[in-house]
Design a binder for this molecule. Structure first.
Ligand SMILES: C[S@@+](CC[C@H](N)C(=O)[O-])C[C@H]1O[C@@H](n2cnc3c(N)ncnc32)[C@H](O)[C@@H]1O
Length: 241
């Protein structure tokens, strides 16, 4: 196992049970829907994973583009969502060939921690090109430097208590301690940013951003940012004055 994309393309145990996986994706979909500006919006879910509740998101927008780097996951997305004409599945490379200024909302949730800082900058550039002038990037589940594995464990147990899978969560945590996940987390690590670092990184990529009060998903120790194109915002403000 060499990297996180390979990990997510393997039969991993990051979700401790089917119920955990299902409520995870339902929660993410509900939170994404909250950011969709209109029923006609074009929404991009960047590195969407299995996106089991993508139809909920598609119902709330005009078109949903599911972009995923892991080829096996992507193959399942293609089959799963073939009947839904609002959903398109793309590789991350294919995003480079999409029309510029064609996306109203881009979401990148729980992905930045798996990318090198340079790879994240490159992803921001791709998204920047795709966003319409008034479009938004929602960047969720950013790990902070001061919150370790114990913060993730507590968040998972709270989520499990709420949805009735505590036993599976405890078993899953024991399994994870011996798994490829633990090895990769120790060997490759996860990228962490504090609030100021992420705001500066987004600014360097051409966005003005703010941190939202609540994170996407179940882990309140992680951060979500909403970013707009810096130049276009300035220009719109000038035009309005
Ligand atoms: C924890 S899953 C998140 C999936 C989904 N966005 C969600 O919120 O449930 C991490 C995702 O990041 C992708 N990923 C892992 N390493 C990556 C990398 N270096 N570049 C881009 N995506 C990556 C994986 O393929 C997987 O889809």
């Amino acid at each position: 196992m060499n990297d996180w994309i390979e990990y997510y393309d393997s039969p991993h145990t990051i979700y401790v049970s089917k119920l955990h996986r299902d409520v995870h994706f339902r929660t993410i979909a509900r939170d994404i829907v909250g950011y969709i500006p209109s029923k006609h919006s074009v929404v991009l879910d960047y590195a969407c994973g299995e996106a089991l509740s993508a139809e909920t998101v598609a119902d709330a927008c005009g078109r949903l583009i599911l972009a995923e780097p892991a080829p096996g996951v992507r193959g399942r997305l293609v089959v799963r969502f073939a009947p839904n004409t609002k959903i398109r599945v793309r590789s991350l490379d294919e995003l480079r060939h999409m029309d510029e200024k064609s996306v109203d909302l881009a979401v990148m949730n729980s992905v930045a921690q798996y990318m090198t800082p340079d790879a994240l900058d490159a992803a921001f550039a791709v998204i920047r090109r795709l966003l319409k002038p008034a479009g938004r990037l929602v960047l969720g589940d950013i790990l902070q430097p001061n919150v370790g594995l114990s913060g993730d464990v507590i968040a998972l147990l709270r989520f499990a208590a709420k949805h009735g899978f505590v036993k599976d969560a405890l078993r899953g945590l024991a399994r994870t301690a011996l798994s490829d996940y633990r090895q990769l987390r120790t060997r490759i690590g996860l990228q962490r940013y504090n609030e100021a670092e992420m705001l500066a990184k987004l600014a360097a990529a051409g966005f003005t951003a703010t941190r939202t009060p609540a994170n996407i998903g179940h882990n309140p120790s992680r951060m979500t940012f909403v970013a707009r194109l810096a130049f276009e915002r300035g220009r719109n403000a000038d035009a309005a004055s």
